[in-house]
Write a protein that binds this ligand. Structure first.
Ligand code: ATP
Length: 274
């Protein structure tokens, strides 16, 4: 794969309408939308617009979704890159990709750069059992990222959003002022929040009148937004396979069982590997 094909530029059609149950995080990212849409409001008073924001939260809680919603709401391009891809790369490639990414983004400002799984490159030095080659590569990628973050002006119109499951693992150098100095926390949804997330994902489905988002929320403690999206789609597949006209409660219960079984299997594999 060439460098160019690995960096994706997207237009995001996602809006805050697609995000549910993340009220606090949403309020914080709304500020970023304002920075992108009308930077002068802030800069004319002498304010420096933040360059880097880290979204922290368990898998499937909507970090990527929220970053896309920022781009969609501000109507700016969205460049995305995943930290884990770097780990498999040849020496030198990661750093040049980072350089490339920032160069392209600056040309398209205002815009968002989204770095998923930033912990794969930004893990505290010396932590994690890496082969030394992979570690050197990771370090040179991290250094390039730090250089780029320092290099672009505060008011360049590029805002870098990054996602991680574990902020405590990150190299402190990444978190210094002028780099990723803002953190936004996302958590697994509570009952009310799961109900709201169900409502979003039930919207496109053909349902019969036995479906109650509150009941579904009560059946899914501990589930993430991604799990809920999954259940909604799975229940539609189950109903379709049974040639039903509408999706009913039983299809949802079957889908929940299936997802629970899948989660249990996954956790067994993980605990067996430990
Ligand atoms: P990971 O850490 O695994 O990358 P993530 O936090 O980035 O996960 P997303 O990729 O944003 O999670 O979530 C996956 C999908 O789950 C989304 O595209 C969306 O369909 C659904 N989803 C997750 N959270 C929410 C939410 N709060 N509201 C609505 N949908 C959600």
């Amino acid at each position: 794969k060439s460098t160019a094909t690995l960096i994706e530029k997207q237009k995001s059609n996602i809006t805050f309408d697609d995000v549910a149950g993340l009220e606090e995080a949403e309020m914080e990212v709304k500020e970023i939308v304002d920075f992108l849409k009308s930077p002068e409001t802030f800069t004319k008073l002498g304010a420096k617009i933040p360059k880097g924001v880290i979204l922290v939260g368990p898998p499937g809680t909507g970090k990527t979704l929220l970053a896309k919603a920022v781009a969609g709401e501000a109507q700016v391009p969205f460049f995305t890159i995943s930290g884990s891809e770097f780990v498999e790369m040849f020496v030198g490639v990661g750093a040049s990709r980072v350089r490339d990414l920032f160069k392209r983004a600056k040309e398209k400002a205002p815009c968002i750069i989204f770095i998923d799984e930033i912990d794969a490159i930004g893990r505290s030095r010396g932590k994690g059992a890496f082969l030394s080659g992979a570690n050197d590569e990771r370090e040179s990628t991290l250094n390039q990222l730090l250089t780029e973050m320092d290099g672009f002006g505060t008011n360049s119109g590029v805002i870098v959003l990054a996602a991680t499951n574990r902020a405590d693992m990150l190299d402190p150098a990444l978190l210094r002022p002028g780099r990723f100095d803002r953190h936004i926390y996302l958590e697994l949804p509570n009952m009310k929040e799961r109900e709201e997330i169900f409502k979003v994902h039930l919207r496109p489905l053909i349902l019969d009148n036995t479906i109650d988002p509150r009941f579904l929320a009560s059946q899914t403690p501990g589930f993430s937004g991604a799990d809920i999206a999954n259940i909604c789609n799975e229940s539609a597949l189950i109903a379709a396979r049974k040639k039903k006209e509408k999706i009913d409660r039983q299809d949802f219960l079957d889908a929940i069982d299936r997802i629970v079984a899948g989660l249990e299997k996954k956790s067994k594999i993980i605990s067996a590997a430990e």
